[in-house]
Structure formats: C-alpha cells, structure tokens
Design a protein. Structure first.
Length: 106
C-alpha cells in the first residue's frame, strides 16, 4: 500500500466516524525507499498525503507516520529532510497540538 491509499482510507474512516484526535489537517510524514539512494520524504496534512504523495514519493516501498508530539529539534530536522518551510511545518504541528491538548483536558 502506498501513502496516498493509506491516507485515503483514514480520511474515509474519519468521514464516517469523526474523532477529536486526528482529522484531515493532521500532520503526517510519508517515507519511500528509506536508506536507498532514491529515498524520499514528504511532510504535509493527511489531505496532502492523499493528494500529493504519489508524485512526491514515487514508487514504493512507502511508510506513513501520523505525527504525535514532537520536540522542536525534530520539527527542524523534518523541515530539512522533507524540504518544507519550518514555519509552515510548525503551523501544521501547532494546530494538531491544540487538538491533543483539548482532549487531555476533557
């Protein structure tokens, strides 16, 4: 299964059974052929993963990670390896963290 298919299936489940922990704007990371000379890393929302990961990651093998809590240094590293602007990445992450904090308070 590629990241696009995985994201599509998760979004489909969320449409049927919404929850407060993840949503279509949750930060995800897609990895392809990690450790090979052709490795590729893509970071974006669950919707980005569904819509853009095939062209960004290329051929399998793929892995998809739904991001949990991150240290700022991890976000900086991810920004570098996924070639995504750090401010954009922090914005996506901060939105996810707000959702997690609301659930922990409830």
């Amino acid at each position: 299964m590629n990241c696009s298919t995985a994201a599509e299936q998760i979004i489909s489940i969320l449409n049927e059974k919404p929850n407060n922990l993840i949503n279509s704007q949750t930060l995800c990371v897609g990895l392809a052929r990690l450790g090979c000379t052709t490795q590729s890393i893509f970071a974006g929302t669950l919707v980005d993963m569904r819509d853009k990961s095939d062209q960004k990651l290329g051929s399998p093998l793929h892995s998809m990670v739904i991001v949990g809590r991150c240290h700022p240094l991890e976000l900086t590293f991810l920004s570098h390896v996924a070639n995504i602007d750090l401010d954009v990445l922090k914005c996506l992450y901060d939105k996810h963290e707000e959702c997690v904090k609301k659930i922990m308070v409830e």
